[in-house]
Design a binder for this molecule. Sequence first.
Ligand SMILES: [Zn+2]
Length: 164
Amino acid sequence: MIVFDLICADEEHRFEGWFGSSKDYEDQQNRGLLDCPLCGCTNITKAAMAPNLGRKGNQQPAVAKPAADQSEGNAAKPVSNKPVVPAEYREIIGKLAKAQEKLLASSEWVGDKFASRARDIHYGDADEKPIHGTASQDEVAELVEEGIAALALPLPVLPPESKN
Ligand SMILES: [Zn+2]
């Protein structure tokens, strides 16, 4: 038996599902046999979670966390050598990308000037407005130390000049 954390797309209810194998799960999902015990919808996917594949204790978890939490400066980033990402992962990343786009719609791209622009705004040398750009983890750590809001975005952002 294998247990998966499942989530219904309609209401985002989380629940556990037990299957004979992951193939069994795929079969049931493909045939629309899975439904949410809370709302009955059949739009079920595996919930995003760190895969529990015999990870060793001292390795980085495979989940993104805000750089502000990474006090050690240039901490290792989660990577995977699996070239084929599952459909549900792509779907989640797609949603994340849309959410991030919305978040940045009114924000100004400042490229690698993020740290200095954020300081200017924080100390009143520039008008207050949302900005986004690139910063090293050390820069982000310094900003956070000074009490300046800096949050790592979950996805990379294409600089406007590289968009066509
Ligand atoms: Zn539900």
